[in-house]
Design a binder for this molecule. Structure first.
Ligand code: ZN
Length: 243
């Protein structure tokens, strides 16, 4: 066999091997077959009502800044710098803080999720989209307080009270994990403090890239802060949970 042919075979073997590996970039952290991708929020996509701090890791609903160059015309928040498409398992977390200081004027406080890029052009939130899967904090008429809710295509999948009351003065500190399994077509929302599963979305369509999205709302009535924990920020992914 010629040297060139040998090299071709070696190259083909390498490509085959790489295909089986999870997507991995510099500064990603890998646990078994799960990748904690290193990414931040993209400042060029930020809405003018938001402020991005801490090297693109912290988004607030206050402050106001010059809107980013690639800002969505509608979405009220920011989009992550990496999308999920390659077959694999991925995990990231978000620290959440909010304080209510005035009677809320709109339902939503924040949303975290994944969506096709074009869905962020349609609305302030992607929770009503066919290609958007989110966890959010929203006032709930049934629970008469603020609930943690999972939504897809406008339908609430699960809701659970997050704080005892929606009156001014109440605040919340939480940590949510997002586990993505493109092959199993799932996205699992995890309470990363309790290390328990909150909701498992099935039949998530990963046939096109899905981008992490972070929305913050109600700026006149509450302060909301979302901080991403990605890559080496994550010591151990909270994916080994009881359901
Ligand atoms: Zn509720």
């Amino acid at each position: 066999m010629s040297v060139t042919r040998m090299r071709d075979i070696q190259e083909l073997n390498r490509l085959e091997r790489d295909k089986k590996r999870p997507m991995c970039h510099h500064n990603d952290r890998v646990y078994g077959d799960c990748v904690c991708p290193n990414f931040a929020m993209d400042g060029s996509t930020i809405d003018e009502t938001n402020l991005l701090m801490n090297c693109g890791k912290t988004l607030t609903n206050w402050g106001g800044c010059t809107a980013g160059y690639y800002r969505s015309r509608k979405y009220q928040g920011a989009i992550g710098t990496r999308s999920f498409a390659t077959p694999g398992k991925f995990y990231f977390e978000v620290d959440i803080k909010f304080t209510i200081y005035r009677r809320l004027q709109e339902k939503l406080l924040f949303e975290i999720g994944i969506a096709r890029r074009e869905e962020t052009e349609r609305n302030r939130t992607v929770s009503g989209s066919k290609y958007g899967w989110v966890v959010c904090a929203s006032t709930c008429s049934r629970c008469k307080t603020i609930c943690l809710q999972t939504l897809h295509h406008g339908k609430v999948k699960r809701h659970k009270p997050l704080i005892p009351s929606w009156d001014p003065g109440n605040s919340c500190s939480a940590k949510m994990g997002i586990f993505i399994d493109t092959k199993a077509q799932q996205m699992v929302v995890i309470d990363a403090k309790q290390k328990s599963s909150f909701y498992r979305f099935k039949n998530v369509d990963y046939s096109q890239s899905l981008w992490p999205v972070f929305g913050t709302y109600n700026s006149g009535c509450a302060s909301v802060e979302l901080t991403t924990r990605t890559g080496s920020d994550i010591l151990v992914p909270s994916i080994y949970f009881k359901e």
